[in-house]
Write a protein that binds this ligand. Structure first.
Ligand SMILES: Cc1cc2nc3c(=O)[nH]c(=O)nc-3n(C[C@H](O)[C@H](O)[C@H](O)COP(=O)(O)OP(=O)(O)OC[C@H]3O[C@@H](n4cnc5c(N)ncnc54)[C@H](O)[C@@H]3O)c2cc1C
Ligand code: FES
Length: 377
């Protein structure tokens, strides 16, 4: 049940220790520490929890080893948590910018009934240790240089665009960015004050918040309704000249694609990231191949067939075997399983550590069978 908006209190929980603050130790500032690498050191310490809105919190982490975080703005990490005796993986975008290398933050919205988002909100506090994989991901402005950007986000989809905005701002680059964020009500706008501050500091950074309804904030003078083509033309008349980055719930992204197409936008300059597994995985098309292999799952006792040119995850889904997956591109590690016997050709993108591969683990979303397989699942 949603809490009353008026009851929400902004707050910060921090881990206090008897050790003197690192800020007061000259040696801490001598040089940047070595680069953090989740392959060698996968445990991070939660050092702060911040309430952002009534159902969104940011969690800050530092490396236990004191190493520095290196990533591209927009990339994500995968949390590996033990909840009720089960290992669960979920991806969360790094909402902080790479220009703050000593810590990273994730910003998590509670999903009603969701296992991990609720666990994080209810249990993760400063001082706790969390296993993390990454960073990974290709949804980043770092790989798409442009003179002008249009950031379109809705709900928790704001996080990658926030990291990109913070990075531009903290590098002192007066980049031309129009940031249009859609939220249910004004009280649901994440990072509203910080975005206003960036806009105040940066001549060519503009924000527009679009709220479905006014909610409890009856003095809201911003835009109410949904993002439409006429509204986009008003906010960013030159949107056809911009590099567009979009992140949000599937229906929102579909609406954005439709309105950009209607406006004649060239999709070559369009980039999006989905947070929802269904929208990504549905793209997997059935593949017919002559060579077919038997894939057996030891725990569910299911047996399926998989073509030699087909990813095991796709074959499992087609056969109605539901397996955990998220990115479906070998990046997040959610579909990691133990291969008991058999061989696969795996083309991953950082979602698995070398030592895990050495221990016989594979990612099913990017593995094609070379023989019959037995999988512990
Ligand atoms: C690259 C990437 C980046 C992301 N970044 C962020 C981010 O920055 N911030 C953020 O908040 N989220 C982010 N996400 C989403 C995040 O990974 C999780 O998916 C989200 O937090 C929900 O996880 P959960 O465990 O709470 O929900 P889940 O337990 O996965 O449940 C999701 C939904 O399915 C329903 N459900 C669960 N089990 C069942 C069942 N058996 N039958 C029917 N319905 C069921 C739940 O009620 C809920 O509505 C990102 C995802 C990706 C892929
Ligand atoms: S689903 Fe992300 S690595 Fe397989």
């Amino acid at each position: 049940m949603m809490r009353d908006q008026a009851m929400f209190q902004a707050g910060v929980e921090q881990h206090s220790s008897d050790a003197p603050s690192r800020v007061t130790q000259p040696s801490f500032w001598d040089a940047l520490p070595a680069r953090w690498n989740s392959d060698a050191d996968d445990t991070l310490v939660c050092c702060q929890v911040r309430n952002e809105t009534h159902d969104v919190k940011s969690f800050f982490f530092r490396a236990g080893s004191g190493r520095a975080f290196v990533f591209e703005p927009g990339q994500f990490i995968t949390l590996e948590l033990e909840i009720n005796g089960e290992t669960v993986n979920r991806c969360y975008t790094i909402s902080s910018p790479p220009t703050r290398p000593h810590t990273i933050s994730i910003t998590v919205k509670r999903v009603p009934g969701g296992t991990v988002s609720n666990w994080l909100h209810d249990h993760l506090h400063a001082g706790m240790l969390v296993r993390v994989l990454g960073p990974a991901g290709e949804f980043t402005c770092a790989r798409h240089p442009a003179r002008k950007f249009l950031f379109l986000s809705a709900g928790s989809g704001i996080t990658p665009l926030m990291s990109m905005s913070r990075a531009h701002h903290e590098l002192g680059e007066d980049s031309d960015i129009v940031f249009v964020h859609s939220a249910r009500t004004p009280d649901d706008i994440i990072f509203a004050r910080e975005l206003d501050l960036i806009a105040a500091n940066q001549a060519h950074f503009r924000t527009a918040f679009v709220c479905e309804r006014v909610g409890a904030r009856t003095n809201w003078t911003g835009i109410t309704g949904f993002l439409t083509l006429p509204l986009l033309r008003l906010i960013a008349p030159d949107f056809l000249e911009r590099e567009v980055f979009t992140c949000g719930p599937a229906p929102y992204m579909q609406a954005v694609r439709n309105l950009l197409d209607e406006g004649g936008f060239d999709r070559k300059h369009y980039h999006e990231e989905s947070f929802s597994f269904e929208t990504v995985s549905e793209a997997a098309a059935p593949v017919e191949t002559a060579t077919r292999f038997k894939v057996s799952f030891t725990r569910s006792h299911r047996e399926i067939e998989c073509g030699g040119a087909q990813h095991v995850l796709d074959a499992a889904k087609q056969a109605g075997v539901r397996l955990p997956a998220s990115c479906t591109q070998g990046m997040c590690g959610t579909c990691k399983v133990k291969l008991v016997s058999g061989e696969v050709a795996m083309k991953h993108a950082g979602g698995i550590r070398q030592r895990e591969i050495d221990q016989g683990m594979v990612l099913l979303c990017c593995s094609k069978p070379l023989t019959d397989l037995v999988i512990e699942k």
